[in-house]
Design a protein around this ligand. Sequence first.
Ligand SMILES: [Zn+2]
Length: 76
Amino acid sequence: MEIQVFFMELIFTCPETSQVFYTGNFEVIDNHGIKTDTAGNKILEAKVALVDPCPFCGRMHVYHANELACPLSGRF
Ligand SMILES: [Zn+2]
């Protein structure tokens, strides 16, 4: 199942500094589509990787889609 995901910007939290930032410079990787967890919630089984280094610590963070406090987890 192919999922096309379109976003302008997402909210990310730097795991090193706990600072929050917005960016549109990310890409969805390892996209396995929508899965249903054991509680019956639909989750997007994918990872989101920063294209540009984190503005706070300079690392290239990778997030699980369902960790993000954003439309990714609730929109489907
Ligand atoms: Zn960071």
